[in-house]
Design a protein around this ligand. Structure first.
Ligand SMILES: [Zn+2]
Length: 366
């Protein structure tokens, strides 16, 4: 990544920051965009159980309980733009009327003010498939082309983690992907953009030596113990080929409150389960909104994933072995500011991916 190396060699910073738990897309994109924890912004997963007891995607702008930095800047008259690789994130990043497009749906979306042309027409290329590694590169190209077209001054571009799910560090697919990202970074820096890069979450291999995932199906475990319960995987979304809805954290809803201690013991006894917290303790420990998590929050170790039931999860959807995220061991992420900073940055312990825009907007020197 020669352009990244050039930025770091001329005063840029490579820092280590922490992601918000659950370490999944919607939660951490909301953190990065709002600059605050999930307890304040309210996004506790890619899905959640709403007040009506129904499970749904947690991606509507109205679900956000804090303004995004882009929305606030837009209100102050700054031209803004948000681009995402995956359509699932577009409603969230468009909160506050921010022009937003997804690479996935670029063939039929128009960014406000970009004229009658679709996003794909602005770029002059059709959108790649959602499981094509090129989707993220296309999102970056869209961000560059549309920001020029719209005269945007503050831009957010969120990529897909498909490549990180499918290839470990150093593997050929990862190498070529990051090389191609670096080319786009070079374009942005050459165009005079002030650029920060951060991951929404980390990624770990979650399969045993035989290639199958190290998984516990929590509905099945609790049913066997005579404890009917509902389980929600905060990682679950419509892109099942990434992770088959298997991540290292789960929210458990127990039908009978009296059964809570027994359910907790049954889950805590599973090999690979590191912690089972009740609602109040989890909200405190991870800064989560109490009303949007389970009665119990189950955290697995770095190599174990938690699913709903064997019947519901289709492992055939996975291509290759499982690499996934969601838990406590995917909290450490790189945070890059491609420019000199005016003062000492916060210590590693205090730095979060949610600090990206603060560092970029308030602490870089021009
Ligand atoms: Zn993922």
């Amino acid at each position: 990544m020669p352009n990244l190396a050039r930025a770091l060699g001329s005063g840029g910073h490579l820092l280590i920051a922490r992601a918000q738990v659950p370490t999944v897309t919607n939660v951490n994109n909301a953190s990065i965009l709002t600059g605050v924890s999930a307890a304040t912004h309210g996004i506790s997963g890619n899905r959640y159980v709403g007040p009506d007891g129904e499970e749904s995607e947690l991606n509507r702008p109205e679900a956000l309980r804090a303004d995004t930095i882009l929305a606030t800047a837009r209100q102050a008259g700054v031209s803004t733009l948000a681009v995402t690789a995956k359509e699932k994130l577009r409603p969230l990043i468009s909160a506050g009327g921010v022009p937003a497009v997804s690479a996935e749906r670029a063939d039929d979306q128009v960014a406000n003010g970009a004229g009658p042309a679709t996003a794909a027409e602005v770029l002059g290329e059709p959108a790649p498939d959602v499981y094509d590694p090129a989707l993220s590169l296309y999102a970056l190209d869209l961000a560059l082309a549309l920001s020029e077209r719209l005269g945007a001054r503050l831009v957010y571009c969120s990529l897909s983690d498909f490549v990180a799910h499918k290839a470990g560090p150093g593997e050929p697919l990862a190498q070529s992907f990051y090389g191609a990202i670096d080319e786009r970074l070079g374009c942005m820096l050459d165009d005079g953009w002030r650029v920060g890069l951060v991951a929404d979450h980390g990624m770990n291999a979650k399969s045993g030596p035989d290639g199958t995932p190290n998984v516990h199906y929590l509905v099945d475990v609790l049913e066997e113990a005579g404890l009917p319960a509902r389980v929600l995987a905060p990682i679950a979304d419509r892109y099942v080929r990434h992770h088959a809805s298997l991540g290292s954290i789960a929210f458990v809803y127990v039908d009978d409150p009296e059964a809570l201690p027994a359910a907790r013991s049954a889950l805590a006894a599973l090999p690979g389960v590191e912690a089972v917290l009740d609602r109040a303790a989890a909200a405190r420990a991870f800064q989560l909104p109490r009303d949007r998590i389970g009665d119990l929050v189950v955290c697995a170790d770095s190599v174990t994933v938690l699913g709903t039931s064997a019947e519901e999860i289709d492992l055939e959807q996975l291509s290759g072995t499982l690499r996934s995220h969601g838990g406590l061991h995917e909290q450490e992420v790189p945070l890059v500011i491609c420019h000199p900073l005016a003062e000492d940055v916060p210590s590693e312990h205090d730095l979060h991916n949610a600090d990206l825009y603060d560092l970029l907007l308030n602490r870089t020197v021009s």
